[in-house]
Ligand binder design. Structure first.
Ligand SMILES: Cc1cc2nc3c(=O)[nH]c(=O)nc-3n(C[C@H](O)[C@H](O)[C@H](O)COP(=O)(O)OP(=O)(O)OC[C@H]3O[C@@H](n4cnc5c(N)ncnc54)[C@H](O)[C@@H]3O)c2cc1C
Length: 549
């Protein structure tokens, strides 16, 4: 007898699971329930549609229900919300969202991919007009209509995650003056503070007002406008608000069916994407899965993991034995002219969990400096102090950031160390890279630290340095004139250092630095081989400066 598979949710995870299940079993009866009007739409493209970067609405529809049915022979039911799962009798109750009528549908297996809904905390005034969240095509229609028709002068974005920042860019692109209010002291939580500081400076450069370390307390009407008041009493007026403060798993039907739910509200699954009921699988934003690096429970609202999990769930629902090994949370976002990317663990998480780690900062060009228009990227590599196993990376810069983060994400999956990064043979020609790729350079610097070739201090160590520590700025005078120096530093250009060692004192501790760390390292090598006590400032003045702006 053929199997009956019910899929709940028809976008990233749901559509993928249904298509994969069909490819594996031509005889199965597959029914996909989607409570909205569309399946398989490009939610990741919605900010760009509002920004008119994506011009045609139809291009957001990766496929239509008719085309999907024609190709995969899947019974697609739009406007159909699954409201209940009866596990003992193996049927679901489905409500027609247009008429309110309900019916039941039998199943052998279910794959749940209901996603996650944007958070809307019960703040005073939250239900006022023109306060939006962005998840679906109808949401984007509402926001775009306001921008197109009402031509707002200003908007407040609550939350500095990647959706908030993408919206900031796209609204600015439409001529709207944007203010971002973020409760944390930084935007883009997956990256660490000093890397986010590069983003902060860039947002300000682009005319975005950034209010950090402060949360919204209330919204109120002020004539035709909305007044946003923060906990610290800051007031901002605007014509529209976008709420992007995070998402919550749509686990309600799973919960009501008695499936196991994690502490953070996600549906718990095993490595085969099975819930606590072996006939019910779950994938995507709604689930709690495993952090690949640390092995901890993780909730990741990203399209890549949703798609891969969907394939695995379909395999297993159709009788195969596939395993999901966890998520790295690899992510990339375009924030105006910057690309911001991360993979694996960040320093914050490792610190919170008392996991030992080391960090290196490097700043490299996207390609050979002699070929036109290289763009700089800052790489933070996080690795274990014992074997140099790569734990995570964050990269902020221009061209080529996406490629480097993907190389490092692959290296983490391959359980590689920083020594492996030194040895990676990556494709090179001047328009694309340098003979020493930025990933190789990150490996060299990290490996130098592990081999004891350099002792390092970090930007935040400089907040409180003992009196017998002396900073030496090894840059040229012109660089100092242009961008400043760290107060109290000696200035000896690196090329003069060997000839001016007599100006230094062997009883003191020297912290050498330059613009990005390379000349600082060279200075460190000269000083220590001449019997001076020294450390090098990782990432140089560039990393320090961005955190002090
Ligand atoms: C604006 C925006 C931009 C994004 N950009 C990126 C990006 O650049 N990169 C990236 O990796 N990720 C991005 N994401 C996240 C990515 O879209 C999600 O991680 C992914 O869509 C999750 O897939 P899913 O199947 O779990 O949930 P969804 O894609 O949200 O699909 C869930 C579907 O289930 C339906 N549903 C829910 N409950 C029921 C029910 N009971 N019955 C029937 N149907 C139901 C919902 O209506 C919904 O259509 C973005 C998300 C948004 C909103």
């Amino acid at each position: 007898m053929s199997k009956k598979l019910i899929v709940v949710g028809g976008v990233a995870g749901g559509a993928t699971a249904a298509a994969r299940a069909r490819r594996l079993d031509e005889t199965a009866e597959i029914v996909l329930f989607e409570r909205g009007e569309y399946i398989s739409f490009a939610n990741c493209g919605l900010p760009y549609y509002i920004g008119k970067v994506i011009k045609e609405r139809e291009t957001l529809l990766v496929t239509t229900a008719e085309a999907f049915k024609a190709r995969y022979n899947i019974d697609i039911r739009l406007f159909s919300e699954v409201t209940e799962i009866n596990r003992s009798e193996k049927f679901v109750t489905v409500k027609d969202t247009k008429t309110g009528e309900t019916h039941t549908e039998k199943y052998d297996k279910i794959i749940l991919s209901p996603g996650a809904e944007p958070l809307r905390p019960p703040l005073e005034g939250i239900d006022l007009e023109n306060i939006y969240s962005l998840r679906s095509i109808p949401d984007s229609d509402l926001i775009k209509a306001q921008v197109d028709d009402k031509k707002p002068e200003s908007a407040v974005i609550v939350g500095g995650g990647f959706i908030g920042l993408e919206m900031a860019e796209n609204l600015a692109h439409r001529g709207v003056k944007v203010t971002i209010i973020e409760m944390l002291d930084q935007v883009m939580a997956p990256i660490d503070y000093e890397m986010a500081s590069i983003v902060h400076a860039h947002l300000k450069e682009k005319g975005v007002t950034l209010i950090l370390g402060d949360g919204v307390k209330s919204f109120s009407k002020s004539g035709d406008r909305i007044k946003v008041t923060t906990g610290k009493g800051v007031r901002a007026e605007c014509e529209m608000v976008i709420l992007s403060i995070g998402v919550r798993s749509e686990s309600i039907i799973a919960k009501q069916a008695g499936l196991e739910i994690g502490k953070r509200g996600g549906i718990i699954v095993d490595s085969g994407m099975r819930t606590s009921d072996p006939d019910i699988f779950a994938v995507g934003d709604a689930i709690e899965t495993r952090d690949y690096v640390l092995g901890f429970p993780a909730m990741t609202a990203l399209a890549g993991p949703a798609n891969r999990q969907a394939r695995i769930a379909a395999d297993n629902a159709m009788g195969r034995n596939a395993v999901f090994k966890g998520t790295l949370g690899s992510a990339v976002a375009k924030i105006f002219d910057l690309t911001v990317a991360s993979t694996g663990s960040n320093e914050k998480t490792l610190k919170q969990n008392n996991i030992p780690y080391l960090v290196s900062y490097t700043h490299s060009g996207s390609h050979a400096s002699y070929y036109p228009d290289p763009e700089m990227m800052s790489i933070k590599l996080v690795f274990s102090p014992s074997r140099g196993k790569i734990l995570g990376a964050q990269i902020v810069g221009g061209k080529g950031v996406d490629k480097r983060i993907d190389v490092i994400a692959t290296a983490i999956r391959g359980a590689m160390t920083v020594y492996d990064l030194e040895e990676l043979e990556l494709a090179y020609a001047p328009p694309f890279s340098s003979a020493k790729d930025p990933v190789n350079i990150a490996g060299f610097v990290a490996a130098n630290m592990l081999k004891g070739d350099v002792k390092t201090v970090y930007w935040d160590d400089l907040k409180d340095i003992p009196a017998d520590y002396i900073l030496i700025d090894l840059r040229d005078k012109s660089e100092i004139d242009e961008s400043g120096t760290i107060e109290g530093s000696l200035h000896i250009p690196v090329n003069e250092l060997r000839g001016r060692l007599n100006e230094l004192d062997k009883s003191k501790n020297y912290i050498s630095y330059c613009a990005i760390g390379l000349r600082g390292y060279l200075g460190y090598r000269i000083l220590t081989q001449e019997g001076f006590k020294a450390t090098n400032l990782s990432g140089g003045y560039k990393t320090y400066k961005v955190t002090t702006n």
